[in-house]
Design a protein around this ligand. Sequence first.
Ligand code: SAM
Ligand code: SF4
Length: 439
Amino acid sequence: MMKKFYIETFGCQMNAHDSEKVIGTLLARGYEQTETPAEADLLLYNTCSIRDKAEQKVFHRLDQFKREHKGKTFGVLGCVAQQEGEKIFDRAPHVDLVCGSASYNKLPEMLIQLESGAKRVTGLSLDTDETFETPLTRRDNPYRAFLTIIEGCDKSCAYCVVPFTRGPERSRTSDSVLRESFELSSMGYTEIMLLGQNVNSYRDPSPAGLDFAALLRAVGQVPGIRRVRFTTSHPRDFQKDIIDAIGENESLCNHVHLPVQSGSSEVLARMLRQYTRDEYMRRIDWMKNAKRDIAITTDIIVGFPGETDKDFEATLRLLDEVQFESMFSFKYSKRPNTPALQYEDHLPEEEKQRRLLILQEKQRQIQIRRNAAYVGQVHEVLVETFNSATQQWVGKTSQHKPLNFTHVSQGPEAALQGTYLPVRVTRAGPNSLVGESLQ
Ligand code: SAM
Ligand code: SF4
């Protein structure tokens, strides 16, 4: 019987957390995780299909697996598995398992089938009311835990494949979220990251009926939990009570990731984002007027079909107005099944690339200015690791800003990981801060 597995994970935090759940399930069935595919009998590939030529990359990697690890058992998990389905068996006949994220709760049964030699095992149904919960989750980071509160997405942004790969929205009960938060605290975790494609549309299906802000407050009150983060927020469903909750509760991190995608209302309408530039800016104003200094980060897509120079300039102006703390930026890429595929006026690759570079340079300048303003301030840092190349400790502030710092007891033997330290910022770069610990 095969007993060793290797897993490779691509994509967002949801995918990373899904892999933690899959790993926990396999360990509970007596499997052992290996660091390299060569040592494993079962090779799993948790895929992402959000951008680029994701499918091609997956098939390329599967071919590589086949050449280098003949005769082993192969499984494709995640978004490309859901999107391509049984077609994967046709293009890569050596694959034995194809399973999308909505079916991970059936993984134990699928493993039994694989163990008894079954081929072409699938878990592809999106028709599920269950959210995947497993007490077996094997978390990677000993201090920060991911916790899913809502699966799937009911929006249908014109460029996005997620509703097809992760299915409709399913919220978890608040009881179950809180039970897991207490468990995490008793296991020594002090930071929780609440996950969902659109956490703001969280609706507690139990009689307690909490909305997202109420759930956030409740998790923030779990004893021992010092930091609560959440991602991703959709501007349309983002309500002011979330800002009020952050203002009133120090354990809720003062960071909000609010993807705008474009600064042009015309482009937003064609993206089917369901908000205008002005509506987005109203939410920014709420945050700028909040009791605490909230770091705002965003996602932007350049070169959406039909994006004119004027539209793009509106996005650049939005960057100037908001002064985001940081930004993820992407060139629009065509995704299967999505409405934007049918749109006319797809932009040439070179033009998308040109806009991306302009956008990124503008944001770099903003970050240089913003970060310089941190010099002299003291921030509490959750220490993550020691970087022996720079001889600095590495941690994050509540605003999710990377802060590298020196400490009187230098070197990994000081074992500061997982502690919270006050650090004075002494220097700033575009992407991180440098400082000295005060304790
Ligand atoms: N649910 C989140 C939201 O609505 O903002 C984000 C989901 S997605 C995993 C993360 C980011 O990928 C999006 O915010 C968007 O900027 C980007 N993205 C999604 N589809 C894309 C596409 N077809 N081309 C380029 N970027 C894309
Ligand atoms: Fe995709 Fe839009 Fe849903 Fe985010 S809200 S996952 S961008 S469809």
